[in-house]
Design a protein around this ligand. Structure first.
Ligand SMILES: O=P(O)(O)O[C@H]1[C@H](O)[C@@H](OP(=O)(O)O)[C@H](OP(=O)(O)O)[C@@H](OP(=O)(O)O)[C@H]1O
Ligand SMILES: Nc1ncnc2c1ncn2[C@@H]1O[C@H](COP(=O)(O)OP(=O)(O)O)[C@@H](O)[C@H]1O
Length: 674
């Protein structure tokens, strides 16, 4: 992929003394109070700013801390926690949250049966509605708040989504959430095809223990940028000094610049080498893989806090207390491939005789390692796969499956809803989607709820209306990381041991010699490797996972790249059912039209979002868009057509190009099933 550079990243200073400790876990969902102008959410006892705390609260999954990572000596845990908390403490507060589920007409349709251990939670479910800031359409404005405090004034918007174009009304009907203005600096492109030289360890390494290096582009055109905040996160203090600022520079011989917070750096200078992947691609120019060869200073360590590189990462986008309270990432979680939501397990009766569980016996399991190598980490994933049923309205009992994504991100909600770990970026997007033409194609969104001191986005469970559904997750787009993540990797490169391990698990030969020596890769490098290994790069989408009605599941699609391979997977998914294929095709075409008309879509970079295909034996088949954790507004008046090949800086994501291909492939498969 064409490697130009943008400078959308930012960082947040970590105020000292931020209190990270949460109070006693409240075993309820409850109204989230919020004081206007609050600057450090970590002081709220009902917040859960700590990733580790979250993990310990959920008590199910945690970061894959390999011995190497554990022994990396990057600071003690308490210190790391404090640092991370403080880091997040510099992020945007949520202004106001009030409301209860009853206000939104979401009373149970009757017959709700609380699952074991969930009674308190269910009873106490409170629908938290953010009063949207006065600037209710920051997206329309194209962002622009930068590092400012969010608006404290909120509009009381209890209106539901528009009834037009609403195939699926949310079961609630309130308009939760808030919009936070955002700012981007469109003129902050860094040079293409850069071979950067990274230098030193930035001061924040000491706090988060991460492998943070400071880049020095070999040839550069680094323009000055201010408090840009691509994901709506900003320095909660509003202190410009805490905003990311990169000095203008065009001379590669300039001394290395420090991290965005203005700190200097020390240490040896590792080197970033952009390598080129020979795979066919549609990106403009000669899009390279971001191969990174860092010559790390001795004594440096790998990043034990790898989740700070995308909007929903705990510390990644610089300065949102929303993130602070709700770290989204479990670093190795996606490698799980198929997992159940941890809290479904926690809160529900065990469901014995799970077909998925039984499918995981060696004889049946399809969730095998990509390369069949039996790598330990992948083996471990298999044992984590199981169904987690929960009781919902109408006393319907059904299993819930998380096909991809981050483990522990989901909890059972009620009334056919589920809770996804709060991510501010996703919250803002879902909120806006409730008013967009895309509304029928996304899960209904009901606001933010809190459970056990963790905030969640409450949304429709798309499986709720299906019986023994077959499910497919297709990640859309030709790029799976934000431009921001790329620039961030250059500015503050963090080696990801977990990603290195995932890479090696699939292909031991994939890491470069340097990466092998470092036992780590940068996130964009890993993501690009995944893209070129799969059909993302060549078709603009990839299959992440498939679970079939018979309980078999397959997340072994990392190397599914060729059109024919995809076709085969689709055929298998629908079991040759022509009717289902037709319905899917029709739905995809409708979705395409809706996308082409969507204001939100036009004005957002949509990265890492998936299409969730669901059908069952009754003949129902639907497709929804999910996962908006990396759907970020563009600076006005920029828009995307989502088909133009990506060239860094244009922010095109290839979503529609991928959808075109997907539709075309479905159209090809269809006659073959007749
Ligand atoms: O699928 P595998 O190969 O495991 O890689 C995962 C997926 O790309 C995740 O995307 P998604 O959330 O769409 O599944 C991504 O999360 P984000 O890009 O959303 O952050 C993870 O990054 P980390 O969360 O940084 O580990 C990355 O490790
Ligand atoms: N609204 C939903 N209804 C039903 N299943 C969902 C829903 N959202 C996500 N899932 C399941 O969870 C998986 C991961 O979702 P995603 O939003 O991509 O998580 P993450 O943000 O952790 O990547 C999906 O593949 C799907 O199986």
């Amino acid at each position: 992929m064409g490697q130009t550079r943008s400078a959308l990243s930012h960082s947040a200073d970590i105020p000292s003394g931020a209190e990270c400790k949460t109070g006693e876990a409240a075993l309820q969902l409850r109204i989230c109070g919020f004081r206007n102008g609050e600057k450090c959410r970590s002081h709220q006892s009902n917040r859960n700013p700590m990733k580790n705390k979250v993990l310990s609260c959920l008590g199910r999954r945690k970061r894959d801390s390999s011995p190497t990572e554990a022994a990396s000596g990057c600071g003690n845990e308490a210190g790391d926690q404090a640092a991370r908390c403080e880091h997040r403490a510099g992020k945007l507060p949520r202004d106001a949250v009030v409301s209860a589920v009853e206000e939104h007409g979401a009373s149970p349709p009757g017959g709700f049966e609380s699952p074991s251990g969930l009674e308190n939670n269910v009873e106490a479910v409170q629908h938290v509605v953010n009063r949207e800031a006065a600037a209710g359409s920051s997206d329309e404005a194209g962002g622009g708040a930068g590092c400012e405090e969010p608006h404290s004034q909120r509009e009381d918007d209890a209106s539901g989504p528009p009834t037009t174009a609403m195939e699926d009304q949310p079961r609630g009907g309130s308009e939760p959430g808030r919009v936070v203005s955002e700012a981007l600096s469109p003129d902050t492109l860094l040079p293409a095809d850069a071979e950067g030289t990274f230098s030193g360890l930035s001061p924040d390494q000491a706090s988060d223990g991460g492998q943070t290096l400071t880049d020095v582009p070999a040839a550069g055109n680094v323009t000055k940028r201010g408090c840009s905040n691509v994901s709506g996160r900003a320095n909660a203090t509003g202190d410009p000094s805490k905003c990311c600022t990169v000095e203008s520079r065009t001379d590669s011989d300039q001394p290395p610049r420090g991290p965005p917070d203005g700190h200097g750096f020390q240490g040896l200078i590792p080197k970033l080498i952009i390598t080129r992947d020979p795979s066919p691609t549609r990106s403009e120019g000669t899009p390279p893989l971001l191969g990174v060869r860092s010559e790390l200073s001795s004594g440096s360590c790998l990043d034990p806090n790898p989740d700070d590189e995308s909007p929903c990462s705990d510390s990644g986008c610089g300065g949102s207390p929303a993130l602070m309270r709700s770290p989204r990432k479990l670093s190795n979680s996606s490698s799980i491939g198929l997992s159940s939501a941890s809290s479904f397990e926690e809160s529900e009766d065990d469901f014995t005789g799970s077909d998925i569980e039984s499918s995981l016996s060696p004889g049946r399991s399809m969730c095998s390692p990509d390369d069949g190598m039996g790598n330990k980490s992948w083996q471990k994933l298999k044992t984590m796969v199981h169904r987690s049923p929960f009781v919902v309205s109408f006393k319907k009992r059904y299993p819930w499956v998380q096909l991809a994504g981050h483990a522990g991100n989901f909890q059972a909600g009620e009334f056919g809803r589920l809770l996804k770990r709060y991510c501010e970026c996703e919250q803002q997007c879902l909120q806006k989607l409730m008013k967009d033409t895309l509304r029928p194609y996304v899960p209904g969104y009901y606001g933010i709820v809190q459970r056990e001191e963790q905030d969640y986005n409450l949304m429709d469970d798309l499986l709720a209306d299906f019986d023994s559904p077959s499910i497919m997750d297709c990640k859309m787009g030709s790029r799976t990381y934000l431009e921001e993540e790329l620039s961030k990797a250059r500015e503050r490169p963090r080696l990801r041991k977990d990603m290195y391990d995932k890479m090696v698990a699939v292909d031991p030969g994939a890491p470069t010699e340097q990466e092998r020596a470092q036992q780590g890769v940068l996130k964009p490098r890993y993501m690009q490797w995944r893209e070129t290994l799969s059909s993302t790069d060549t078709l603009g989408f990839r299959i992440e996972g498939i679970k079939k009605a018979d309980g078999t599941c397959n997340t072994n699609f990392k190397k599914t790249k060729l059109r024919e391979q995809v076709m085969q997977a689709l055929e298998d998914f629908v079991a040759g059912n022509t009717q289902i294929l037709k319905l899917y095709l029709q739905r995809l075409e409708e979705l395409r039209s809706a996308l082409e008309q969507s204001h939100l879509f036009r004005t957002h970079e949509v990265v890492g979002s998936s299409l969730l295909f669901v059908h069952d034996a009754s003949g129902k088949a639907k497709v929804w868009m999910i996962d908006f954790g990396k759907t970020v507004p563009l600076p006005a008046p920029q828009t995307l057509d989502h088909r133009t090949p990506w060239k860094e800086g244009n922010r095109e994501d290839g979503y529609l190009w991928g959808l075109d291909n997907l539709i075309e492939i479905f159209s090809t498969v269809l006659p073959q099933t007749l």
